[in-house]
Design a protein. Structure first.
Length: 621
């Protein structure tokens, strides 16, 4: 079978839906044929190695659900200076046994204001400060050799105001003005502002920016220098698809579609999660399946829990393959601050009730803040005041709340709504920084316990886990950004700091924070990789513990069973797990555990394997 016919076969299977979706947005004369020829062009340019990967993954489309999946997310320049440096440091990542690497935006960006790379000047060129396209291709090759898939962002919603399109729009070229949402007067912007919430109310208030060169207001949902693209224009859609396929041909295997809920706007709406967004994501999914089926989509959907499932589409018309487990992440931190795992359990019950096509990347920290999007109805049901609880959480994580162990900062505090989010590294938010600062080894050790508890709970969940680079060695907040006028206004730089190779070297030295955390994570990773109950077909549910602070996940597969427990409180707890009988053993210590009465020390986690006949044999695997 020739390569070309594979393209046609894949296209043929999807053409009806693709053309209908395209024409529903862009009409019959919207240039559908141009889209197809663009796709064919990228298919023809795809390398034999990547086509081989395409064929393998078509046979194994759930490859990313494998129990061995473990991710790391990082800024390559903070980790290793640039892409070449990163290639040299890959042994460190292989030592962590990762299979997935999410690099923060590395495409050409303006300096110094670029929203951490999320203002893109050129979607097809690596930023010279980080490397070249050739480096990126060399990196993806080396990663593939090591069994690591590269994930890159596609900033769908906007370009930098220095992107060629924006420059040409600014110079008055109508074709390019039409690629953005520009208005001569404030009349329509004012109507939008009535229903459109702000994303950065403190650092970039308002959704429009006046551009004196064009004499127009431009839609800028995020920073004023990030111009929202106009997806009502088919040229924008097609060109953005071309950019994505270009990067796929450099070997990118996962696209994190950034801020995707925002890409379509309609007057009188909140301009988020509109049906047209789903049509676009669905088309993108089909385009990838036709041109480069090895590649998958990860949605960045930082929305209320009820909005998330729609981004997976339906089993017949799937959209994203994976989403960030945003709600799980927020609930993990809330559980830690409150010593109460009930909201977390509820959230996981919601997730477990989703259709089988829903799959999450779980994480504790990433390059962004923690936005306190909890399930308010559930909070009210538990008699938790959502407003006060949110205030408690962000005050707790700055450390100002009495008794707090955390050190962090507020992000985008809005004095009118009293809304705020939180920043900090996992170790600092968990108390390691305070312990070290106060020269209190017991506090530090407790902080380390919390770091491991949080990771253990996160790694017990359905989905795969992604570590924020530096968290594996307990990296602390870096307050240096406050002295840099270009960064000072954005407290997310508190946890976007240079990776400390000096501290990383301590991971081999017993008694150090780095060693404790590193080894703890290695143990968790090993069990996940080897134990059948972490395989993709394991059944995962929560379990009652009859103890507010104790969270339980039960994983079962065939005869095998594992119960993962986490005590989110600073006090010892006794949990009682109904309807679990028999002999369980903690896989880390070999300790026997009686599910009718499990004692958990403060911030202790246990992964308890059920003993059954034949288990000795299995454990030898
Ligand atoms: C996403 C990114 C965030 C960025 C925003 C605008 O939410 O994660 O860092 O500021 O998009 O592109």
């Amino acid at each position: 079978m020739t390569g070309k016919s594979l393209f046609e076969i894949r296209l043929c299977a999807r053409e009806k839906e693709l053309s209908e979706k395209y024409m529903s947005l862009y009409g019959r004369d919207g240039g559908y044929e141009r889209l197809i020829s663009l796709m064919r062009g990228y298919y023809e340019k795809r390398s034999p190695q990547l086509r081989k990967l395409d064929r393998e993954r078509e046979k194994n489309p759930d490859w990313f659900r494998n129990g061995r999946m473990l991710g790391v997310t990082m800024y390559p320049q903070l980790f290793a200076g640039n892409l070449k440096g990163l290639i040299e440091k890959l042994d460190y990542l292989s030592e962590q046994k990762i299979t997935y690497l999410h690099l923060m935006p590395l495409l050409k960006m303006p300096h110094p204001y670029n929203d951490g790379g999320y203002a893109v000047e050129d979607f097809c060129t690596v930023d010279p400060a980080i490397g070249s396209n050739r480096d990126l291709e060399a990196l993806t090759k080396e990663l593939r050799r090591r069994g690591i898939s590269l994930c890159l962002d596609v900033v769908m919603n906007h370009t930098a105001d220095t992107h060629e399109w924006a420059l040409r729009a600014r110079a008055g070229e109508q074709e390019y003005i039409d690629r953005y949402q520009c208005y001569d007067t404030y009349e329509i912007p004012a109507q939008f502002e009535r229903t459109m919430p702000e994303v950065f109310p403190a650092t970039a208030p308002g959704n429009f920016t006046w551009n004196a060169e064009m004499h127009k207001y431009v839609l800028t949902t995020f920073y004023p220098y990030q111009w929202d693209l106009n997806y009502k224009n088919p040229a924008v859609f097609r060109e953005m698809m071309g950019n994505i396929l270009f990067l796929a041909n450099l070997g990118v295997e996962v696209f994190r579609i950034d801020a995707v809920p925002y890409i379509w706007k309609e007057l009188g709406t909140v301009c988020r999660n509109l049906p047209q967004v789903h049509a676009i994501v669905r088309m993108l999914r089909m385009i990838l399946e036709i041109v480069c089926p090895a590649v998958i989509l990860k949605g960045e959907v930082v929305m209320a829990p009820r909005e998330l499932p729609a981004y997976f589409g339906t089993p017949r018309e799937p959209e994203c393959h994976i989403l960030y487990g945003v709600s799980s992440m927020v609930n993990l931190w809330s559980a830690l601050a409150a010593g109460d795992a009930r909201l977390l359990k509820h959230q996981m019950d919601v997730i477990h009730s989703l259709p089988a096509n829903c799959y999450f990347v779980n994480y504790l920290r990433c390059h962004d803040d923690i936005g306190w999007g909890l399930d308010e109805d559930e909070e009210r049901r538990l008699q938790i005041d959502p407003f006060l609880h949110k205030e408690y959480l962000y005050r707790f994580f700055t450390g100002e709340f009495p008794g707090s162990f955390a050190k962090g900062e507020l992000y985008n505090y809005d004095p009118d709504t009293k809304d705020a989010r939180s920043c900090g590294t996992a170790a600092s938010l968990c108390g390691v920084e305070k312990g070290i600062e106060e020269n209190d080894p017991a506090q530090t050790a407790l902080g380390v316990r919390r770091v491991l508890l949080m990771h253990a709970a996160g790694m017990s969940l359905a989905g795969f886990f992604m570590i924020s680079s530096g968290d594996e060695i307990g990296q602390l907040n870096d307050y240096g950004y406050r002295d840099d006028p270009d960064l000072a206004a954005d407290s997310r730089y508190l946890h976007r700091s240079r990776f400390s190779w000096q501290n990383a070297a301590l991971r081999g030295q017993e008694g150090t924070v780095q060693h404790e955390i590193w080894e703890g994570l290695r143990r968790l990773e090993r069990v996940r990789r080897e134990h059948p109950c972490f395989q993709e077909d394991a059944r995962v549910t929560t379990w009652d513990t009859n103890s507010m602070p104790v969270f339980a996940i039960r994983r079962s597969r065939g005869e095998g069973e594992m119960v993962c427990l986490a005590n989110f409180s600073g006090q010892e707890q006794t949990a009682c797990l109904p309807q679990l009988y028999g002999e369980y053993t903690d896989v880390f210590t070999g300790e026997r555990v009686d599910p009718g009465r499990v004692r958990l020390e403060p911030y202790r986690y246990l992964w308890c394997e059920k003993k059954e006949i034949g288990s000795e044999k299995r454990r030898e695997m």
